[in-house]
Design a protein around this ligand. Sequence first.
Ligand SMILES: Nc1ncnc2c1ncn2[C@@H]1O[C@H](COP(=O)(O)OP(=O)(O)OP(=O)(O)O)[C@@H](O)[C@H]1O
Length: 376
Amino acid sequence: MDGRLVTGDRLTTGTGTGTGGPRGADAAGSAAGLDARLVVERGSFRLDVTLTAAPGDVVALLGPNGAGKTTALRALAGLLPLSGGHLRLDGERLDRTPPEARPVGVVFQDHLLFPHLSALDNVAFGPRCHGVRKAEARAQAAVWLDRMGLAAHAAAKPRSLSGGQAQRVALARALATHPRLLLLDEPLAALDARTRLDIRAQLRRHLAGFEAVAVLVTHDPLDAMVLADHLVVIENGRIVQQGSPAHVARHPRTDYIAQLVGLNLYRGRADGHTVHVPDGPSITTSEDLTGDVFVVFPPGAVTLHRERPHASSARNVWRCEVAGLETHGDQIRADLTGDLPLVADLTTVAAAELDLHPGAVVWATVKAAQTHAYRA
Ligand SMILES: Nc1ncnc2c1ncn2[C@@H]1O[C@H](COP(=O)(O)OP(=O)(O)OP(=O)(O)O)[C@@H](O)[C@H]1O
């Protein structure tokens, strides 16, 4: 194969760790949109992230528990002070603006509607806070509820709304103030699976029509992939990777991201088609690279055998031991230790035929063509 072509093509997109924003943030610092470096200290935890986004961008902050996502969102909302950095929105400094005076709409996971107010008055509360007269605020609220498909529930109190309806009221309340920055903290986390599907699709529609910057925090890679144009992955208060959802999904650079997108990930030194993993075996890849690289392959690319295969066309053959088994959708996911720790997906029938059980010795094979290597 023509390794040179593959290498050239893939490497141009393989370095997505810079701290630049998705669009619009030119070197001079474009006026429109979000331009922030958020430095926040909370005890021994320190957040230091740079976020830039153009109007219309939806940015998802993704990361493990305690990474600093909520801290970043609260700093953007003005609920936590910055201990360093800057925060500009559409060219204006917001660092010293109190939260209630910021052109920022916030939707929290537990939506925090006022229980004693109707859905209509909850939404009208937003414009009212911005000085709109009561009748006008209620008229605007009615339009927003209608847009959210909630016109019939205008008089309902929050306790008689479903989780999904309440979440849409909270979104309407945030949007009714015409924020220049919309912040969404786990907007779908409190919803059951079915409602989540509906609300995710609706939220996607609303965000697509939203002309300002939206930043959302999520644990769920699917929410991030469906809703955002740009992913920012935070670990330990730092950005470890960012880029388009498709790029991040294909080029994970940390174990957390690899797990999130369901890939086996290794780091090693490439010498042509061979990647040497420290303290591990070599992996044969289709890409022809040199130097520090990552290699990924999906669990579905692994074939397991009870005996060492001699006739296999796969270039990669490793001896492993089954550490654990779990159902994964309609498949079995095997967690394997040994030469190269990896996870493999196989059908229930295959797992039964192989008599897989914790402690069983198996041979794993992976074709070079099913691996993907890119520069570290
Ligand atoms: N009220 C607090 N006081 C002091 N430190 C805090 C407080 N809340 C959080 N922290 C610290 O800030 C760090 C980041 O927390 P944060 O809630 O921003 O993380 P997160 O990424 O949103 O996590 P999760 O996904 O669990 O919500 C935590 O590891 C913790 O050490």
